[in-house]
Design a protein around this ligand. Structure first.
Ligand SMILES: NC(=O)c1ccc[n+]([C@@H]2O[C@H](COP(=O)([O-])OP(=O)(O)OC[C@H]3O[C@@H](n4cnc5c(N)ncnc54)[C@H](OP(=O)(O)O)[C@@H]3O)[C@@H](O)[C@H]2O)c1
Length: 244
C-alpha cells in the first residue's frame, strides 16, 4: 500500500488532487442568508492561501462562482512573487465546471491576474454565451473546453485534460456537488477540512458532500495525517491510501 505525501504527483496520469473545504460544527458549508458565510479564521485563510500557492490550478463548480464570486487567486504578495521567481504565473490557473453555462461575465474568476480561466462543460450544452470571447472579459483569458457529457462532464476527463495542460497539483474548493463528484469517483488524494467553532443550524444549508458511494467508507477509511489549530478553527488533513 502506498500513501501519497505532500508534493507528490499522483502516478496515475492525472494531477494530485486536494479537496479543501471549511465547515461548521454541524457540517454545513454555507447558510441561507444573502451574505457569504465566513467559516475560516484569518490564520486558516492564510493556510489556504499557502496551499493555493503550491498548486497549479484551483477548481470550483459554477454554483460557487454564482453564489460566492471567488477570485480563486493567491493573495499574499510574497507568495505571488515566489511563484513568479519560479517561472510560474502569480496565481494558479482557475477552473470552473459548468453544465449549463450560466455564468456572469463580470464574475471575478474571469477577470483577474490575466491568468487563464478554463470552463469545462458538456459537449451537449448549448453554445457558449458571447461573453466567453476573451476580448469581452477585460484583462481575462477564458477558454471553454467541451468534453463528452450532456450537460455534466466526467470529472476524470477533466483531470486528464488538466494533466495534458501541465497541471500536476489541483486544489478542488467545492461546492457540495463538485466535492461529491471527485470523492465518489475516487479521484482525491488528500482532504483538508477546516472546522469552524459554531453551528449553522439550518436544515437546508449545504453540506460538505451529498449522498453517494464513497470509496472511503467504513471499510476503507482515510488516514488522518494532521490536526492543526488555527485560532479557533481546526484543520483536519487526511490522506487517501492507494493500492500500489
Ligand atoms: N465552505 C466552503 O469551503 C465552500 C467552498 C465552496 C463552496 N461552498 C458553498 O457550496 C455551495 C455550492 O455548492 P453546490 O453543490 O450547490 O454547487 P457547486 O458544486 O459549486 O456547483 C455546481 C454546479 O457546477 C457545475 N458542475 C458540477 N459538476 C459538473 C460536471 N461534472 N460537469 C459540468 N458541470 C458541473 C454545474 O453548473 P451549472 O449549474 O452551470 O450547470 C452545477 O450546477 C454554495 O453555498 C457555496 O457557498 C462552500
Amino acid at each position: 500500500m502506498l500513501l501519497h505525501v505532500d508534493g507528490e504527483h499522483s502516478a496515475v496520469g492525472r494531477p494530485y488532487v486536494i479537496c479543501s473545504c471549511a465547515m461548521s460544527l454541524d457540517g454545513r458549508i454555507d447558510d441561507g442568508s444573502d451574505a457569504r458565510l465566513i467559516l475560516s479564521s484569518p490564520a486558516d485563510l492564510d493556510r489556504v492561501d499557502e496551499v493555493r500557492a503550491g498548486c497549479d490550478a484551483i477548481l470550483v463548480g459554477a454554483a460557487t462562482v454564482r453564489r460566492d464570486n471567488p477570485r480563486l487567486a493567491v493573495r499574499a504578495e510574497h507568495r505571488r512573487a515566489a511563484r513568479v521567481a519560479a517561472g510560474l504565473p502569480p496565481t494558479p490557473v482557475k477552473v470552473v465546471l459548468s453544465g449549463g453555462g450560466d455564468l456572469d461575465s463580470r464574475s471575478r474568476v474571469f477577470g483577474t491576474d490575466s491568468v487563464e480561466t478554463l470552463v469545462y462543460r458538456g459537449a451537449g450544452s448549448a453554445a457558449p454565451p458571447p461573453f466567453w470571447s476573451a476580448a469581452l472579459v477585460p484583462g481575462g483569458r477564458v477558454s471553454v473546453v467541451d468534453l463528452p457529457g450532456r450537460p455534466l462532464v466526467d470529472v476524470a476527463a477533466v483531470l486528464a485534460d488538466l494533466d495534458r495542460r501541465g497541471v500536476r497539483r489541483l486544489l478542488v474548493e467545492g461546492g457540495t456537488s463538485v466535492h461529491t463528484a471527485f470523492l465518489t469517483a475516487g479521484l482525491v488524494d488528500e482532504l483538508h477540512l477546516a472546522v469552524a467553532p459554531f453551528f449553522v443550524g439550518e436544515p437546508d444549508a449545504p453540506t460538505f458532500v451529498g449522498p453517494g458511494a464513497f470509496p472511503q467508507d467504513v471499510h476503507s477509511p482515510l488516514r488522518l495525517a494532521e490536526v492543526r489549530q488555527l485560532d479557533d478553527v481546526v484543520l483536519l488533513r487526511y490522506l487517501v491510501p492507494t493500492s500500489a
